[in-house]
Structure formats: structure tokens, C-alpha cells
Ligand binder design. Structure first.
Ligand code: HEM
Length: 157
């Protein structure tokens, strides 16, 4: 993948929009569980905000991955090959993997009727944990190491 000096406006916009949607999807999961109970009792699910938000996340993540593959992204801060850079790179890969796997799990439950609701919920909790760690590391860089890392996700280059 190409290494750039900064993120584009589109990459920054997608990052924050997806971040907001992931938190919203996590808090609306219970509504989807209730909708599934209605379906199991023979009723219609109707419009489920959680499903719409989850599908939007999947679509936006696909766009984000394509933009990243085409344009590239700046390298993680630190010595190339160091433990901290490898941890950042693998952490980001895990977030991308979960941002795709969690919605696919939701689709399997809602549209395909597979009994994987619990796995979907657990994977969503794991995604939230990794995202929380990701946010804490960003704040650590910004306010403890004072290397201006957070600015990269605020100002386009
Ligand atoms: C990143 C995106 C998503 C996140 C963070 C997320 C998160 C969650 C959470 C936290 C729950 C509650 C699980 C529990 O308490 O056990 C849940 C349930 C559910 N979600 Fe998602 N979800 C996402 C995407 C989707 C998508 C795309 C769909 C469908 C197209 C979907 C459909 C459902 C359904 C049907 C349930 C109820 C499962 C059941 O009761 O068996 N989710 N989700």
C-alpha cells in the first residue's frame, strides 16, 4: 500500500462518520433483538434503525477500504518495524476485519435467518473494545507523547 503524508478530506470524513455510526449501532442493538423476537412470534420486523445503520457502516467501510487501497495512508508513527508500529498496524487491520465481519454477522441473522445473533453481539462487543483501545492510544499520542497524531485525522493533506 502507498504511504502518504496525510489523510484526504474523504478519508477523514469517512473515519468520523463510521466512528459515530459504530457507536450508534452498538447502542441500538437491543432494538434489533426486540425486532427479531417479533419475527420469531410470526410478526413483521418493520423498519429497524439498527439494521439501516449497520448496512450503512458496511457500505461506507467498503468505500473506505477502496479509497485506502487507491490513495494509500500515512505510516504509523515510530520506528518502522518496531513493536509499537506493528501493534498499530495489526490493531488497524483487526478493526477493518471486525467492521466487515460484524455487519455480515448481522445480515446473516436478519436476512438469512441464521442463528448467529449471539456471535454477532460478541463480535460487536469486541469491536467496541478494540475501538476504545484505538481511541485511547490516539489520545495518549496527542496529550502524553504530544506528537500531534490526532491532527492527522482532523486536517486533510
Ligand atoms: C458495525 C455494525 C454493527 C454493530 C456494532 C452491531 C451491534 C450489535 C449489538 C451490540 C447487538 C446486541 C447483541 C446482544 O446484546 O446480544 C446487535 C444485535 C443485532 N444486530 Fe447488529 N450490529 C451491527 C450491524 C448489524 C447489521 C448490518 C445487521 C443486519 C443487517 C444487524 C442486525 C442485528 C440483529 C438482527 C440483532 C439481534 C440479534 C439477535 O437477537 O439474535 N447488525 N448488534
Amino acid at each position: 500500500m502507498k504511504t502518504t503524508t496525510g489523510y484526504s478530506g474523504l478519508q477523514i470524513g469517512l473515519h468520523w462518520l463510521i466512528a459515530i455510526l459504530i457507536v450508534t449501532a452498538w447502542f441500538t442493538g437491543e432494538g434489533a433483538e426486540e425486532a427479531m423476537e417479533v419475527v420469531e412470534e410470526g410478526g413483521a420486523a418493520g423498519f429497524v434503525p439498527h439494521v439501516a445503520i449497520g448496512l450503512a457502516i458496511l457500505a461506507l467501510v467498503v468505500v473506505r477500504v477502496l479509497v485506502r487501497l487507491g490513495r494509500g495512508a500515512p505510516a504509523a508513527p515510530g520506528e518502522p518495524g518496531s513493536l509499537s508500529v506493528m501493534a498499530a498496524d495489526w490493531g488497524h487491520r483487526l478493526i477493518y476485519l471486525l467492521m466487515i465481519a460484524v455487519p455480515l454477522g448481522g445480515i446473516s441473522v436478519f436476512f438469512l435467518g441464521l442463528d448467529v445473533g449471539e456471535v454477532h453481539g460478541l463480535a460487536a462487543n469486541l469491536l467496541m473494545l478494540v475501538v476504545l483501545g484505538h481511541a485511547l492510544m490516539a489520545l495518549y499520542h496527542q496529550y502524553v507523547l504530544k506528537d500531534g497524531l490526532l491532527r492527522r485525522m482532523m486536517r486533510a493533506e
